[in-house]
Design a protein around this ligand. Structure first.
Ligand SMILES: CC(C)(COP(=O)(O)OP(=O)(O)OC[C@H]1O[C@@H](n2cnc3c(N)ncnc32)[C@H](O)[C@@H]1OP(=O)(O)O)[C@@H](O)C(=O)NCCC(=O)NCCS
Length: 248
């Protein structure tokens, strides 16, 4: 049984001064940000992500690392990975980060598992806001639009933002981001069939629901095993949180 560690940040206690938890290379990167909004979102996302990495290692029985010795580094695509400064090695994890309106979501799972459990994770966070008919028409596929329309009016913004967020989480788990047309991804928040050996979410028991995904075969990277996969979504405090999981 594999585990997805997640955290809806900022962590309890807030974000300490960056000098105390960013590595030297990360502090150099921080100094290059020109816009305050990007800078504060990046700090919040990085601290939330590093907190998840430290907690996950500790839960596996390893010593809690000094956060300055873990770097969250972008691949050329922008997708993040975790670098252990002390051993000079990439940690065997898949990690994903999202920031929205003062909050952040980070999720992680260990790779290097038995073949049947090998996955990557993508996380996305959206503040729930009204979405226009134009947004729904332009960004949701027909089944998603029908799902939104089937609900009472007050429930629609969460569903529309949730479907959009799920698409972004899917495109992150595939490491594509918005480099492909989002119409290639169909997400329905109504739960699909239960996947074989689903992951456990840690912490558990906090209102996660399942969603289902179908991707156009032409956008799938060769390492993704199937165009049909799944994810989890939940609503908290006016935000919708999504996690997509693809077998590799
Ligand atoms: C990835 C993307 C969908 C995120 O959209 P968003 O909703 O605006 O922002 P979010 O806060 O939810 O997510 C941002 C995080 O996604 C991650 N990310 C970026 N590109 C990614 C990719 N191709 N795959 C997976 N994750 C990615 C990063 O961790 C980023 O945060 P960080 O830059 O602080 O590390 C969007 O930025 C995108 O696709 N951009 C186009 C591709 C691009 O410009 N890549 C940058 C090359 S350096």
């Amino acid at each position: 049984m594999f585990v997805i560690e997640w955290l809806f940040g900022p962590p309890a206690g807030g974000v300490p001064h960056p000098d105390t938890w960013l590595s030297d290379a990360e502090l150099e990167r921080l100094a290059r940000f020109r816009f305050e909004k990007r800078r504060s979102e990046w700090i919040l996302g990085r601290f939330t992500a590093k907190t998840v990495v430290a907690a996950a290692l500790e839960r596996r029985g390893e010593p809690r690392p000094n956060l300055r010795s873990i770097e969250i580094v972008p691949e050329p695509s922008g997708a993040p990975y975790v670098w252990d400064v002390v051993s000079g090695r990439r940690l065997p994890v898949s990690i994903s980060i999202s920031q929205s309106a003062g909050r952040a979501l980070a999720a992680l799972l260990f790779t290097g598992l038995p073949e049947s459990e090998r996955c990557t994770v993508g996380a996305d966070l959206e503040k729930v806001e009204p979405r226009s008919d134009g947004f729904i028409r332009d960004f949701l596929t027909e089944p998603g639009r029908a799902e939104v329309a089937s609900l009472e009016t007050p429930a629609r913004p969460t569903r529309a933002n949730g479907i959009w967020s799920a698409k972004e989480a899917v495109l992150k788990t595939l490491k594509l981001g918005l480099t492909v047309d989002t119409w290639n991804v169909e997400c329905l928040l109504a739960p699909g069939p239960l996947p074989e050996a689903p992951p456990i979410l840690s912490p558990e028991g906090s209102g996660w629901n399942r969603f289902s995904v179908r991707c156009a075969a032409e956008i799938l990277p060769p390492w993704a095993l199937s165009p049909v996969f799944f994810g989890f979504w939940r609503e908290e405090g006016g935000y919708v949180l999504t996690l997509a999981v693809v077998r590799t």
